[in-house]
Design a protein around this ligand. Structure first.
Ligand code: SF4
Length: 371
């Protein structure tokens, strides 16, 4: 758990992450702003253009490889504790973007972490994993240019974790993650193995690797970069790079969607009527009366409905700008109308996605070698 001494900001991959102000993460945690690199990005995706991806560590190294057609890898994954939700959708889209830009893509099913952090037995997480991989394929991941695996079955990752154990003390783990049970420290070492797997000789490593994640995952990157440095003479690791996306607000207005709070988020497998109901009941940045909202405008900065459009459910950037500046702040739309439009956009997307996903279930079983 990384805590800033200057503010209440707390980055905790195993618990509650609090971010007072994204701008302050630059100074307080040594994260670099992504925006200055945007003009150099080949065909930047919506999350990059809209500032959803706001920060990075050492990303220039990967950008250089992308621009020169040199080899690079992208690595991220999912904790198989349930169906795909909007946070995992964000990460998957980023992995697919870098794959389409020429990166060799690694996608890890973090079933060890699901066991250690969420107590999900391996038999159950395997069932979720099949659905998660079908989602990834439906979103456009190309398995021919990628490697999808389960942590618990990937011996090379476990071997790296065993090796790395010698390079880290309990005091370091406590400083990064707080006082936790040993299983979480173990799963962090395994994650370090995941992040550095693309650099093994079998995958033509070492090579620059980008890890696109939510900002709450930064402690894992700091640990892994430290381990990459400590074990550089044996493996010749290139320090892994990362990009960070903001965390989408929960439907109740709290800072991060959590699968543990059922009404605060939805998954891509839920019935569209249920999703519609959740959106209808969501918190907004609206005014108490329609008259006040028309006169004074509303506040998109605290509104999860705005976040849903910004992150996923407006295709055109102009529509996002128009909602923020004119419709919402200018009082030209009421929250009820805005929610109805969002329900339609989400329903269209989810129905189409569910249709595509069904076609990939068998392929997902084959990839994960599940009967
Ligand atoms: S108008 Fe839309 S974006 Fe603005 S506060 Fe209401 S629901 Fe949120």
């Amino acid at each position: 758990m990384s805590t800033s001494f200057h503010s209440k900001t707390k980055l905790d991959p195993f618990g509650t992450t609090v971010i007072e102000d994204y701008e302050r993460l630059y100074a307080e945690f040594g994260i670099q702003p992504f925006k200055p690199l945007l003009p150099e990005m080949p065909d930047p995706n919506a999350a990059m253009r809209r500032g959803v991806i706001f920060g990075h560590r050492d990303f220039e190294r990967v950008l250089h490889a992308m621009k020169n057609n040199d080899e690079f890898a992208v690595m991220s994954g999912i904790k198989p504790t349930g169906e795909f939700h909007l946070g995992t959708l964000q990460t998957a889209r980023e992995v697919i973007y870098f794959q389409q830009q020429g990166g060799m893509a690694f996608y890890c099913i973090a079933d060890v972490e699901a066991y250690e952090d969420n107590r999900i037995p391996f038999e159950r997480s395997q069932k979720y994993a099949v659905g998660n991989v079908a989602d990834l394929l439906a979103l456009g991941f190309d398995p021919k240019k990628g490697y999808i695996y389960q942590q618990s079955k990937e011996q090379r990752v476990k071997d790296l974790a065993i090796t790395f154990g010698r390079g880290v003390t309990l005091a370091t783990m406590t400083a990064i993650y707080g006082e936790r049970h040993m299983g979480l420290y173990l799963s962090s070492l395994i994650q370090a193995g995941d992040i550095l797997l693309p650099q093994m000789k079998e995958f033509d490593g070492p090579k620059p690797t980008v890890v696109p994640v939510g900002i709450d995952q930064d402690p894992h990157l700091r640990l892994t970069r430290d381990l990459a440095f400590k074990f550089r003479s044996k493996y010749k690791f290139v320090p892994p790079s990362s990009t960070y996306h903001k965390l989408i607000k929960a439907l109740d207005g709290s800072p991060k969607m959590s699968k543990r709070a059922h009404m605060s988020c939805f998954t891509l497998e839920e019935k569209t009527e249920v999703i519609g109901k959740k959106i209808s009941n969501a918190f907004t940045g609206g005014r108490p009366t329609a008259e006040e909202q028309r006169r004074l405008g509303a506040n998109p900065d605290i509104c999860p409905i705005y976040d849903l459009y910004l992150f996923h459910f407006f295709e055109r950037d102009d529509d996002v700008v128009n909602l923020y500046d004119s419709e919402c702040k200018g009082g030209h739309i009421l929250c009820g109308e805005d929610k109805q439009r969002l329900i339609k956009n989400v329903t269209d997307f989810v129905k189409e996605h569910q249709r595509k996903r069904r076609r990939f279930i068998d392929k997902a079983r084959e990839i994960l070698e599940v009967e």
